[in-house]
Design a protein around this ligand. Structure first.
Ligand code: GUN
Length: 284
């Protein structure tokens, strides 16, 4: 039987640690405040945003909500982000993606101050990650590192294969596994003989956004498999990029969907919110 990597339990553990840290900060008169910006009312985004606000409330982080209409212009959104950059009471800024098509996401991400970039999407945060400087880590890959470490899975010296090269998951995942001394390969839609590469993996991270794409023949016996995907199957049940039923028996450890990587993203966002204050206090 493979080890089931329990993201619900581990994310709860992290949130409880942060709750304690935030309470101590409060005693010292230091508060943490996250500004959450949503443009339009995409139902999926509304669920994500509400979950982020709930997590803030649990931990003791103040959250300020900015719900803007779909017609908001790029200049108006930029002006709001600039105001939040200047606001000394706001520690972190989160602009929920995707933004409406008439707004240039890259411009908005670049407008967020790197000191308040709790998503870790700003080019400065990305650069810091690659050169090994302290900075905000992209939440989903940072959550995966925590899942591995807190499940007792060593990364050093392991063959790590990532399927998918997005800016939000695949690329930062590569940087983080490399920082943990893994040997890292990033595969993508143009990779020749994907199966041959994934079968080399001791640790296989799958983030391609294709329902149940990775079947048992892509996986080495005893591998650790991390599934970042989130879809609905033909019975309307949640499932991932990995065909869990065929793959799990071959693995030594695997994340379920739901309850694997998903809950970790918000826990690491909360960690980044507290990190804004840790960074400031360290440099005082
Ligand atoms: N939309 C989906 N995931 C995310 C995320 O991690 N951050 C932001 N800002 N938007 C998202």
């Amino acid at each position: 039987m493979p080890q089931l990597i329990d993201g619900k339990r581990i994310s709860q553990q992290i949130k409880d640690e942060l709750k304690e840290e935030t309470a101590k900060l409060k005693e010292a008169g230091i508060r943490v405040c996250l500004a959450v910006v949503q443009v339009g009312n995409d139902p999926a985004s509304t669920i994500y945003v509400n979950n982020k606000k709930k997590a803030c409330a649990y931990i003791g982080i103040e959250s300020r909500s900015y719900e803007l209409p779909e017609e908001t212009t790029e200049d108006e959104l930029t002006a709001l982000v600039e105001r939040l950059n200047e606001d000394r009471e706001v520690n972190g800024i989160l602009v929920q993606l995707p933004l409406p098509a008439h707004i240039d996401e890259d411009r908005i991400i670049r407008t967020i101050s790197p000191d308040k970039d709790v998503d870790g999407f700003h080019p400065v945060s990305v650069g810091r990650l690659w050169i090994g400087e302290r900075g905000f880590l992209s939440c989903t890959p940072a959550g995966i590192i925590q899942l591995l470490k807190r499940s007792g899975i060593a990364i050093e010296g392991k063959e790590c294969v990532i399927v998918g090269r997005s800016n939000i998951v695949g690329k930062p995942m590569a940087a983080l596994l490399l920082r943990e001394n893994g040997t890292v390969t990033v595969t993508h839609s143009r990779t020749k003989d994907l199966r041959e590469v994934t079968r080399r993996a001791d640790i296989l991270v799958v983030a391609i956004g294709k329902k149940q794409f990775i079947t048992a023949d892509y996986v080495k016996e005893g591998a650790v498999v991390i599934d970042v995907g989130m879809h609905r199957d033909e019975n309307n049940h949640l499932c991932g990029d990995v065909d869990f039923d065929s793959v799990a028996p071959k693995t030594s450890a695997i994340t379920p969907v739901p309850g694997g990587v998903g809950p970790m993203t918000i826990a690491m966002l909360m960690n980044n919110c507290v990190e804004t204050v840790r960074r400031r206090e360290d440099t005082l």
